[in-house]
Design a protein around this ligand. Structure first.
Ligand code: PLP
Length: 370
């Protein structure tokens, strides 16, 4: 099998599954209990928190959640302090952001969507038009899960805060953490969502980084875990595994990923009419492309029969093929229907890329007959 859908999820590192097994089999104590074995587990959670905080650049604290979908829901629902103000959200958000924005509209909020450029990044001039002194909450994804386009969050925060100094700025960093430079402090964000399973951790553990001095109303109330910010017995195994995953991921070579992507891109560029949905500031981990006239679901199925697994874009969206983000980038229906997403990991080799690229070429040629 050649697995090229790493933006959907990654294979957990062996050291992550080993640590997780230990927490399930031996260190299963509730970290809120007062006996020493439980206190030890609680202190391991704090070590994990400390490690992830350090990677995120300090100046805030990570609060663990069940996934980034929860982190985004928390940010959108609690980040809005002033009910009269408006909310500015990019068209490029993951469904877990976008759908929350739609709920806010249904509750009567003034939500303003910011256009995307054809290269997948947020349209800066449109952003400037949408933010005003009454803006209370802003959300812009750091790195697109669809195309890998990287937004200049620092520039957007600086601009937004010069217009609306009290606005809360949230960024979804799920596809950025570990993969591109992330320092929440220097980005200037107030809230930053992350998830473990995109970087060799397991599913079911995420976090919301909150800048010092900001207090969010909890989404989940109860036993007061996570300093009262997010109740629910901690996913101890997931949390410790998250810190382990981040440490291991950071040691993998991003240079290798850049080479894999370059090789794949040049091998695919011979396909007639192919169009890459990328930009200069793109994550090396994602390569999105469209072949108009081709039905990508069929190509995906043919490839999976050969043991090559790739995505059609966001895994969450792949069951309904109207690709909102490619549409916002101005792509036509034939492009959208023929769009595919390849996403890399350190496990992929140059040989994998050659085999996969040949297979993609063959399947498309067979489908089109040229
Ligand atoms: N945000 C982005 C950019 C994502 O790619 C994903 C997952 O695909 C999520 C949020 C949701 O993360 P989780 O699976 O942890 O809920």
């Amino acid at each position: 099998m050649i697995y090229l859908d790493n933006a959907a999820t990654t294979k957990p590192f062996d050291s992550v599954t080993a640590v997780i097994e230990k927490y399930y089999k031996e260190l299963y104590f509730n970290p809120s209990a007062l006996y020493s074995s439980a206190v030890n587990v609680a202190s391991q959670i704090e070590n994990a928190r400390h490690h992830i905080n350090a990677e995120l650049g300090g100046g805030g604290n990570i609060f663990f959640t069940s996934c980034a979908t929860e982190s985004n829901a928390w940010a959108y629902n609690s980040g809005i302090k002033n009910k009269k103000g408006n909310i500015v959200v990019s068209m490029g958000e993951h469904a877990s952001g976008y759908e929350n924005a739609k709920v806010l509209i249904s509750k009567g909020y003034d939500v303003r969507f910011v256009k995307l450029q054809s290269d997948g990044r947020i349209d800066y001039s449109d952003f400037v038009k949408r933010v005003d002194e009454n803006t209370t909450f802003i959300s812009v994804i750091h790195c697109s899960n669809e195309t890998g386009a990287i937004n200049d969050i620092k520039q957007l925060v600086t601009t937004a805060k010069s217009i609306a100094p009290k606005a809360i700025f949230h960024s979804d960093g799920v596809q950025a953490l570990g993969k591109i430079e992330v320092n929440c402090n220097s980005l200037g964000v107030d809230l930053y969502s992350v998830s473990a399973h995109k970087i060799g951790g397991v599913k079911g553990i995420g976090g919301l980084w909150i800048k010092n001095g900001i207090r969010l109303t909890p989404l989940l109330c109860g036993g007061g875990q996570e300093a009262g910010a997010r109740s629910g017995t901690e996913n101890t195994a997931g949390i410790v595994g998250f810190a382990e995953a981040l440490a291991v991921f950071k040691k993998t070579s991003s240079q290798k990923i850049c080479e894999l992507r370059e090789n794949m891109k040049s091998a695919l560029s011979h396909i007639q009419l192919i169009e890459f949905n990328d930009c200069e500031q793109n994550s090396p981990y994602i390569l999105s492309f469209s072949v108009p006239g081709v039905k990508s679901e069929i190509i995906q199925r043919l490839l999976s029969e050969k043991g090559i697994l790739l995505g059609l874009g966001s895994a969450c969206a792949s069951r309904h093929r109207n690709n909102r983000i490619l549409e916002a980038m101005g792509r036509t229906m034939p492009h959208i229907e023929g769009s595919m997403r390849i996403s890399f990991s350190h496990e992929n080799t140059n040989e994998d890329i050659k085999i996969a690229a040949n297979a993609i070429n063959d399947c498309i040629r067979d489908f089109r007959g040229f």
